[in-house]
Design a protein around this ligand. Structure first.
Ligand code: DQA
Length: 142
């Protein structure tokens, strides 16, 4: 299975950006750990981070993957365009948020990708990305 790991706005600064909320693990370290986790489960992992909604949608439209793990950042609270893109590619997707968005500011409680993903991993820090891969692998096995 080819998994596309997508990260949205501001996640390129993981590890240095508000570490008390998002932790000290960098995005490069997350990708490395996710790639090793995927490889151990016979999966390939491609990764892409962008601060731009359209670039994330363009990456999805490349359709060179079987499943998606996405941390949309703040776009997860607002972007119906990204939700439409995920629905449109017809591949299983799991949404990740490092922090517990349901326990933070009220505007973070709205999760607009909810309807188009097969699962969400919220508030588990960087290991949440590995949990998301496991959800996709479990689904493949069914
Ligand atoms: C985040 C949560 C979002 O509310 C925030 O805008 C982010 C990161 C998370 O991983 O906890 O950029 O997606």
């Amino acid at each position: 299975m080819r998994i596309l790991l997508l990260n949205g706005p501001n996640l390129g600064r993981l590890g240095v950006r508000q570490p008390e909320i998002y932790g000290r693990t960098t995005l490069a370290e997350v990708v490395e750990r996710a790639r090793a986790h995927a490889a151990a489960r016979d999966c390939e992992l491609a990764d892409f981070q962008s601060n731009h909604e359209g670039a994330l949608i363009d990456r999805l439209e490349a359709l060179d993957f079987d499943a998606v793990v996405i941390n949309p950042g703040a776009l997860g609270h607002t972007s119906h365009a990204l939700a439409d893109a995920i629905a449109g590619v017809e591949r299983p997707a799991v949404e990740v948020h490092l922090s517990d968005v349901r326990a933070r500011e009220p505007w973070r409680r709205q999760l607009v990708l909810e309807q188009v993903v097969i699962g969400q991993v919220i508030g588990r820090g960087w290991p949440g990305y590995l949990d998301a891969i496991d959800l996709l692998v479990e689904r493949r096995g069914r």
